[in-house]
Design a protein around this ligand. Structure first.
Ligand code: ADP
Ligand code: MG
Length: 679
C-alpha cells in the first residue's frame, strides 16, 4: 500500500511525538480526574443554568466531549431527579446505550441497573430506583405507547441527534408535541455536528449551547489507487503501522460483524507468524451484537509497551469514544439498510460513506494527541465520489414499523406529521399499503384489532404478523423460536477460517429439507435438549453467545404472546403449518425459480439468488420465501424456505392474484383456488 513509504520517511520525526503520547498514557487518571478533564466540565454550571431557563435546548459538542456520560449526571446532581422523576437519554445504537450506562454507573459508583440503567429491545436493565436511564431511540418510541406524556421523566435527552436514525427523527416530532402540554419537562437535543441550526429552527428557535471541542491536528493519507480488497488492505495497514509507527492505538472502521471477525482472525494469524519481532498487538472487535463483557474490554487501558487495535463498525464514529486512538484506518464503507420504494424491496448493502462520516472518522485520531488517518481510497474519490452527507434513514428505509407505532399512538394523519425532513410520499404510501396487506390497517387506514396486537411487538410488522399467524396454524412454540433465532441469525454459525470444512459439515447436520427457518429451529431445539450446553455449542460450531441471546429474545417474545393472549402450542410434526405461518408474515418476500440458479421476485421480477450458506443452496425449489436480501456481489436471499404458491392466496388474498402464481411447468393449477381462500 503506497502511503506506507511516505510514512517510513517520516519515521524519525514522529519519535518525539511518541514520547509525548506514552507520557500521556502513564498518567493513569482517577475517575474524578477524568471527569474534570472532559471539555464539557467547565460548562457544567452554565449548562444547568441554561436548562433551568429554557424548556428546550440544543447542545452541540464534538464527539468525546462528555455530552452523553456527563450531562445526565450534572442534571441528577442539580436536583432534576428529586421529585421521583427520571432523566432519560436516547442512543441510536444498543451497544452505545449499554456501554455508556455501564460507564456512568461506574462513575457514580452504583450497580448497573439500580440508579443507572439501560433499556434496549428485548432487554430491560432498570429498576424502581433508576434515575438515569439510557435507552435506544426505538425503545423510547415504544414507551410512548404505555406513557404518552412521558410522565415519569423530568428531562429527556435525544442524544446523537445528528445520526438521524428513523426512530430519532420520529421522536423529534413526538417530543416536540409533548413539551407543549408538559411545561415542566425539559428537552435536550444533543448533536455532534453542525446540524444545530436546523434542530433549533425545528424546535421553535430553541437556543443552542455550544461546547467548544479540543482537537489535535490529524494528517490524512490517501492511497494512490483504489484498493481491490479493503479487508486485506486494512490488515496490511494495521501491521505496517504497528511495525513502523510510534506507539498509539489504532481504530479500523469496517462494515459488520463478519468482516470484523475475518479481520481479527487474519491479524491474529499474521501477528503469530511475525512472532516476537513485534511488540504485542491487542486485537479487539466492536459491533452491534457484541456481548457486554467483550464491550468492556475495548475501554481497558492498553498494557504498557503494547498497542491496541480496535476493529469497529461505524458505531465508533460518534457513538462510542475509545480513548488514546492515534491512528485511524478508514476503508470508506458502511453497511446501510436501503429501501427501494419502486420495488418495495429492502436490502442491506455496503455503501460508500459520506464526506461528513469520513471527517468524523478522521477526527477520532486527534482526541489526545496529533494523529493520522489512512483512507483506503484516493483523494479523487473523496473529492468527487463521496456525497457530502448521509441521507437520513427516514428518507431511505421501509417505514412499516414506524407507521404502525404511530398509528398505535393514535396519530392517523401521517402526511401532516411534524417531520424534520418528511419521508418521500411514495414510501409512506407503500408502508400504508403493506400494513393494509398484512391486515394491520383497514381500508380507511385505521388500525385493526390485528394491527393493535401487532403493535405490541417491537419488531418489523412482518415478523409480528408471523407471530400472530402462529395462533391460527397452532405452532406458536415453533414460530417464537424461529423469530428469536432470526433476530440473531447472522451470528449463529461459527465458521473459523482454519476449520471451515468442519464447521460447514457441522452446519449441514442441522439442515432441514424445507430450508433455513426450520434449520434454525433445529439448532435451537437441539441446544435445548443439550440442556443449553456450552460444550454442545463448541462441538457443533454454534456461537454460544448468540444462542444465549436467542433464548433471552425467545423469553421476551413468549411474554408478549401472553399479552396478546396467544397460547403457546406446538405443531412440531407438521412443518407445513410452521411454513404457512411464516408465509403469512413474509408474503412480500417471495421468489420463484427462473433459470440457471436464479430466482425472480414475484411482484417486481428482480433477479435474486439463494445465499451460498443456505440449506437450499443446492436444492433450488420452485417457490421460496426469504427473510432478507443482502447485496454483496449479487442480490442474495438470506434465510430461505420452500413454500407452495397456493398458500399465498390463503394468507394474502388482497395482495396476490391466482394468475401471478401460476407455474409455467404446472399450468393445471385449479382456477377456483383464488376464491376459496380467506384469511
Ligand atoms: P460524547 O457523548 O460527547 O461523545 P462521551 O460522554 O460519550 O462523549 O465520552 C466522554 C468520555 O467517556 C470519553 O473519554 C470516553 O472514552 C469515556 N467513556 C465513555 N464510555 C465509556 C466506557 N464504557 N468505559 C470507559 N470510558 C468510557
Ligand atoms: Mg455521545
Amino acid at each position: 500500500i503506497d502511503f506506507i513509504q511516505a510514512l517510513q520517511l517520516e519515521g524519525n520525526k514522529e519519535k518525539k511525538e511518541a514520547e509525548e503520547v506514552s507520557e500521556y498514557k502513564k498518567l493513569r487518571m482517577t475517575i474524578e480526574e477524568t471527569k474534570k478533564s472532559l471539555p464539557v466540565f467547565p460548562f457544567r454550571n452554565s449548562l444547568i443554568e441554561a436548562i433551568k431557563k429554557y424548556q428546550i435546548l440544543i447542545v452541540e459538542g464534538e464527539t468525546g466531549s462528555g455530552k452523553t456520560t456527563q450531562i445526565p449526571q450534572y442534571l441528577h446532581e442539580a436536583g432534576f431527579t428529586n421529585e421521583g422523576k427520571k432523566i432519560g437519554c436516547t442512543q441510536p445504537r444498543r451497544v452505545a446505550a449499554m456501554s455508556v450506562a455501564a460507564r456512568v454507573a461506574q462513575e457514580m459508583n452504583v450497580k448497573l441497573g439500580n440508579e443507572v440503567g439501560y433499556s434496549i429491545r428485548f432487554e430491560d436493565c432498570t429498576s424502581d430506583r433508576t434515575v438515569i436511564k439510557y435507552m435506544t431511540d426505538g425503545t423510547l418510541h415504544r414507551e410512548f405507547l404505555s406513557e404518552p406524556d412521558l410522565a415519569s421523566y423530568s428531562v429527556m435527552i435525544i442524544d446523537e441527534a445528528h445520526e438521524r436514525t428513523l426512530h430519532t427523527d420520529i421522536l423529534f416530532g413526538l417530543v416536540k408535541d409533548i413539551t407543549r402540554f408538559r411545561p415542566d419537562l425539559k428537552l435536550l437535543i444533543s448533536s455532534a455536528t453542525l446540524d444545530a441550526e436546523k434542530f433549533s429552527s425545528f424546535f421553535d428557535e430553541a437556543p443552542i449551547f455550544r461546547i467548544p471541542g479540543r482537537r489535535f491536528p490529524v494528517d490524512i493519507y490517501y492511497t494512490k489507487a483504489p484498493e481491490a480488497d479493503y479487508i486485506d488492505a486494512s490488515v496490511v495497514s494495521v501491521l505496517q503501522i504497528h511495525a513502523t509507527q510510534p506507539l498509539g492505538d489504532i481504530l479500523v472502521f469496517l462494515t459488520g460483524q463478519e468482516e470484523i471477525e475475518t479481520c481479527v482472525e487474519m491479524l491474529q494469524e499474521r501477528t503469530k507468524r511475525l512472532g516476537k519481532k513485534l511488540k504485542e498487538l491487542v486485537i479487539l472487535p466492536v459491533y452491534a451484537n457484541l456481548p457486554s463483557d467483550m464491550q468492556a474490554k475495548i475501554f481497558e487501558p492498553t498494557p504498557e509497551g503494547a498497542r491496541k487495535v480496535v476493529l469497529a463498525t461505524n458505531i465508533a464514529e460518534t457513538s462510542l469514544t475509545i480513548d488514546n486512538i492515534i491512528y485511524v484506518i478508514d476503508p470508506g464503507f458502511a453497511k446501510q439498510n436501503n429501501f427501494n420504494s419502486k420495488t418495495g424491496m429492502e436490502s442491506l448493502m455496503v455503501v460508500p460513506i459520506s464526506k461528513a462520516s469520513a471527517n468524523q472518522r478522521a477526527g477520532r485520531a486527534g482526541r489526545v494527541a496529533p494523529g493520522k488517518c489512512f483512507r483506503l481510497y484516493t483523494a479523487w474519490a473523496y473529492k468527487y465520489e463521496l456525497e457530502d452527507n448521509t441521507v437520513p434513514e427516514i428518507q431511505r428505509i421501509n417505514l412499516g414499523n414506524a407507521v404502525l407505532t404511530l398509528k398505535a399512538l393514535g396519530i392517523n394523519d401521517l402526511i401532516h406529521f411534524d417531520f424534520l425532513d418528511p419521508p418521500p410520499h411514495e414510501t409512506l404510501v407503500l408502508a400504508l399499503e403493506q400494513l393494509y396487506a398484512l391486515g394491520a390497517l383497514n381500508h380507511h387506514g385505521e388500525l385493526t384489532k390485528a394491527g393493535r396486537r401487532m403493535a405490541e411487538f417491537p419488531t418489523d410488522p412482518m415478523l409480528a404478523k408471523m407471530l400472530l399467524a402462529s395462533e391460527k396454524y397452532k405452532c406458536s412454540e415453533e414460530i417464537v423460536t424461529i423469530a428469536a433465532m432470526l433476530s440473531v441469525n447472522s451470528s449463529v454459525f461459527y465458521r473459523p477460517k482454519d476449520k471451515i470444512i468442519h464447521a460447514d459439515t457441522a452446519r449441514k447436520n442441522f439442515f432441514h429439507p424445507s430450508g433455513d427457518h426450520l434449520t434454525l429451529m433445529n439448532v435451537y431445539n437441539q441446544w435445548v435438549e443439550s440442556d443449553f450446553s456450552v460444550q454442545w455449542c463448541y462441538e457443533n460450531f454454534i456461537q454460544y453467545r448468540s444462542m444465549k441471546r436467542a433464548r433471552d429474545v425467545r423469553e421476551q417474545l413468549a411474554g408478549l404472546m401472553d399479552r396478546v393472549e396467544i397460547e403457546m402450542v406446538s405443531s412440531i410434526t407438521e412443518d407445513m403449518n410452521i411454513r404457512k405461518a411464516i408465509t403469512a408474515g413474509y408474503f412480500y418476500h417471495i421468489a420463484k425459480f427462473s433459470k440457471g440458479g436464479h430466482y425472480k421476485t414475484v411482484k417486481h421480477n428482480q433477479t435474486v439468488m439463494i445465499h451460498p450458506n443456505s440449506a437450499l443452496f443446492e436444492e433450488l425449489p420452485r417457490w421460496v420465501i426469504y427473510h432478507e436480501l443482502v447485496f454483496t456481489s449479487k442480490e442474495f436471499m438470506r434465510q430461505v424456505t420452500e413454500i407452495e404458491s397456493k398458500w399465498l392466496l390463503d394468507v394474502a388474498p388482497h395482495y396476490y392474484k391466482a394468475k401471478e402464481l401460476e407455474d409455467s411447468t404446472n399450468k393445471k393449477m385449479p382456477k377456483t383456488i383464488g376464491k376459496a381462500s380467506k384469511t
